[in-house]
Design a protein around this ligand. Structure first.
Ligand code: ADE
Length: 229
């Protein structure tokens, strides 16, 4: 079984609508829809925006559906690496929580308490497979780090900081939280995002104009990934 998590309705609705034998399971404020996509069993969840929502949903999915062996986080993101365009993909090789700051306690920026590292790796085989899928679909993509935090980034200077400080190619508000939970439970993780904006002064307008289109692209990519399984 594959677990799929998106923050917003536009990031998952197109997938949920394609499930056969769909069943909704509610726990607290979270709803998960299970079913089949082609021959693969999936559990799809709209987690809500932000790291706490994302981590809660990931934990729930892992505990409720022990057959999940891979969690994919899909959706839209802000492009941070110079040259990355709206609609392009970033396949997360790893993800970092850019707003996690225990520098005062001697850790480096983004380093998580109890960990030696700042970034959580995605499953390398899943990254390779997703890149092949994107290539086949004709989508432009880059492999790189996604930086997540509880902030919508709409300031060019902050975007430059994420690139310089964390080597981020893209920013969002959930990927690294889900990757962190997957690490805690020993589950494989893959993050894949299509760019809705460039995390700069025009990001808000761009987001409202392009988020639906970018979300549709990311759904198409995940659907294709699952179908060639
Ligand atoms: N998701 C899409 N665009 C984003 C941005 N600019 N900052 C954070 N999350 C995003």
């Amino acid at each position: 079984m594959i677990g799929i998590i998106g923050a917003m309705e536009i990031e998952i609705a197109g997938l949920v609508g394609k499930l056969t034998g769909a069943r909704e399971i509610a726990a607290g404020k979270i709803t998960v829809t299970t079913g089949k996509l082609a021959k693969t069993s999936v559990a799809v969840c709209r987690c809500g925006i932000g790291k706490v929502h994302a981590a809660t949903a990931a934990t729930l999915m892992i505990r409720c559906f022990p057959k999940i062996d891979l969690i994919i986080n899909l959706g839209v993101a802000g492009g941070v690496k110079p040259g990355i365009k709206q609609g392009d993909f970033v396949v997360a090789t790893a993800s970092v929580q850019h707003d996690y700051d225990l520098v005062a306690d001697g850790l480096i920026k983004g380093q998580i308490h109890g960990y030696e590292k700042t970034a959580f790796d995605s499953d390398s085989a899943a990254v390779v497979k997703m890149c092949a899928v994107l290539q086949k679909l004709g989508f432009d993509y880059e492999k790189g780090i996604i930086a997540s935090g509880d902030q919508f980034i709409w300031d060019k200077q902050k975007a430059v900081e994420l690139y310089n400080e964390h080597g981020a190619y893209a920013c969002d508000m959930e990927t690294a939280a889900i990757a962190h939970v997957c690490d805690m439970f020993g589950k494989r993780f893959l993050g894949v995002r299509s760019m809705s904006d460039n995390a700069d002064g025009g990001a808000v307008e761009d987001f409202f104009e392009f988020a639906v289109k970018a979300a549709e692209r990311s759904i198409a990519a995940v659907e294709a990934y699952i179908k060639v399984r």
